[in-house]
Ligand binder design. Structure first.
Ligand SMILES: [Zn+2]
Length: 180
């Protein structure tokens, strides 16, 4: 759906070079940029060049490329920075910690005892609660269907930046909060 660059979106501004950035990789669909507020030296974010607020809006072909590139960036981080591990992390939606309305994959270099905490307390569910969740999910995953192998529509070469209208802002806000 909507994929024009947005003047109100800081990531689109980075893609169109209106905001300077340290790009470490770029192809026709995807870009990887050093995060200036990164958690560790070499923290990169991998982004689609088109504007999508959340992962559900990104076409399969671009999701595929985004994760392929994230994997390669992770390898580059191991090779060049001597990382001992990486976290490949998506905050999808505001309750999940998403702060910018442009889908982003974080690739975070990790070393032992580097002080980054992505851990959580396990929640113990009863057998019955677990089964209920399993059934609900299975019911829904029946509808996953096929995966797109081609782009949905031809890409526009040099789309003009547009300003997000109030209705669009509200729509994306609602989408990101998973409200109807
Ligand atoms: Zn954007």
């Amino acid at each position: 759906m909507e994929s024009k660059p947005r003047e109100s979106c800081i990531v689109c501004q980075i893609v169109s070079n209106n905001i300077p950035s340290k790009k470490v990789y770029e192809d026709e669909l995807v870009m990887a940029v050093l995060d200036v507020n990164g958690s560790n030296a070499g923290h990169c974010f991998v982004i689609p060049k088109s504007h999508y607020a959340i992962i559900e809006q990104v076409p399969d072909i671009e999701i595929g490329r985004l994760f392929q590139v994230s994997n390669k960036i992770s390898s580059a981080i191991f090779e060049s920075l001597g990382a001992q591990g990486t976290n490949i992390f998506v905050a999808n939606g505001i309750p999940a910690g998403q702060t910018v309305a442009h889908f982003t994959i974080n690739v975070i270099p990790r070393k032992e005892n580097d002080g980054i905490n992505l851990q959580w307390q396990p929640k113990q569910l009863s057998e019955e609660e677990m089964s209920t969740v399993e059934l609900k999910l299975k019911e829904q995953t029946k509808n996953i269907g096929h995966f797109e192998k081609e782009e949905r529509k031809p890409r526009i070469q040099a789309p003009k930046p547009v300003i997000m209208s109030d209705e669009e802002e509200e729509y994306f806000g609602r989408q990101m909060r998973r409200l109807p």
